[in-house]
Design a protein around this ligand. Structure first.
Ligand SMILES: NC(=O)C1=CN([C@@H]2O[C@H](COP(=O)(O)OP(=O)(O)OC[C@H]3O[C@@H](n4cnc5c(N)ncnc54)[C@H](OP(=O)(O)O)[C@@H]3O)[C@@H](O)[C@H]2O)C=CC1
Ligand SMILES: CC(C)(CO)C(=O)C(=O)O
Length: 325
């Protein structure tokens, strides 16, 4: 089984490194030729949460190149899975540059590799299906924590669970026997992973967690656990959650009764973490707020329910990284 990992950032390096260390055939596709060159000479280093070596992967243990080389290589040796491991903003572009290019080059339906989308937030699956109509599209929800520290090195900040499944709207793909094999490969590489026949619930649950924790940690410049340090902060969290739940009710999206307690638990269990949104703000990079709080707003609009707090917080977070013209 060959897995093509697209995006050599935090998640891409973590999954490629651990899969390659477990002798799974991995090809890692980078945006830049320079990063691919560095990976070819240094391999991949995965550090554990204490900064100690978790996996040191030799350059010979995996193949890497620039994304421009993907389709040529794929045609020489077809892969069975594509892991899309970029941020939401780049997900459509990399879908077009990888699987989309194979479509243009006329690969048969039987040859189509499963495409697994790891993005946080909501809305990408629909957009990717627009580019890859009828493809076996899977969503992955992971609670792994990863942070790229060098172009060839990643810190495995926290171990979690990876769920893979086909969202209801894409059920044409159907979870296949190949997907069971994929999960076994992930487990062999040391990931806790399983198939989910209700991935939508997991997507919507993660969306609530991210919509409450991420923007507030980004605006207040605090690690996740600090959200619990004051009643005032928790009141603001509650306000965001309540409004999101009103949107879910209006859209008929189910959620668990103890979702508030679950969010508090995520804050405790990831207390020392810098949320991904805060990390982006600190690095001056665009955040995923449009696809997290922005999607709560968009879902609300579809059901004639305005989510003004999410609208406001989206603007506040965007203001942190937008530079004056
Ligand atoms: N990190 C984590 O712990 C978790 C992340 N996620 C989600 O996973 C997704 C990826 O996150 P993460 O890995 O942290 O993000 P990163 O920003 O660390 O990595 C994204 C990678 O995508 C690459 N990329 C962007 N455009 C292209 C392109 N056209 N061709 C090839 N590569 C490209 C970037 O390249 P370059 O380096 O050149 O910019 C970068 O290496 C996000 O949606 C995130 O929310 C979900 C759960 C946990
Ligand atoms: C769960 C949480 C908030 C952990 O940091 C996360 O997913 C993120 O930072 O994006």
């Amino acid at each position: 089984m060959i897995i093509d990992v697209v995006g050599a950032g935090s998640l891409g390096l973590l999954y490629s490194g651990k899969l390659a260390a477990a002798d799974v055939e991995v090809r890692l596709w980078c945006r830049s030729v320079g990063q691919a060159k560095e990976l070819r000479s240094k391999g991949i280093t995965v550090l554990d949460v204490h900064g100690a070596m978790e996996s040191a992967v030799d350059p010979e243990a995996f193949l890497t190149g620039s994304i421009e080389e993907f389709s040529k290589r794929w045609k020489q040796e077809p892969g069975q899975w594509i892991f899309l491991m970029t941020k939401q903003k780049d997900a459509e572009a990399v879908s077009s540059m990888t699987a989309g290019r194979l479509v243009k080059e006329g690969i048969s339906v039987e040859q189509q590799p499963g495409v697994v989308c790891f993005q946080n937030g909501y809305g990408h699956m629909e957009r990717i299906e627009g580019i890859l109509p009828g493809w076996p599209l899977y969503a992955a929800i992971t609670t792994e924590g990863a942070k790229r520290t060098k172009r060839h090195e990643v810190l495995h900040a926290g171990s979690g669970m990876t769920w893979i499944g086909v969202p209801e709207a894409h059920s044409r793909a159907k979870v296949s026997v190949h997907a069971e094999r994929l999960v076994k490969m992930l487990q062999k590489a040391g990931f806790s992973a399983d198939l989910s026949n209700d991935i939508d619930s997991r997507i919507y649950r993660k969306l609530l967690i991210n919509a409450v924790i991420n923007p507030l940690t980004a605006l207040w410049n605090i690690p996740n656990g600090e959200l619990l340090a004051s009643d005032k902060r928790m009141q603001t969290m509650r306000m965001l959650l309540d409004e999101a739940l009103e949107v879910y009710d209006a859209c008929g999206i189910p959620y668990e009764d103890d979702i508030w307690e679950q969010i508090l638990e995520v804050c405790s269990s990831t207390a020392g973490n810098t949320s991904s949104m805060l990390k982006d703000v600190q690095e001056g990079a665009a955040t995923e707020v449009d696809w997290i709080n922005g999607s709560i707003t968009a879902l609300g609009l579809k059901a004639n329910k305005r989510a003004v707090t999410h609208e406001l917080i989206t603007g506040l977070v965007k203001g942190l990284t937008i530079r004056e013209e």
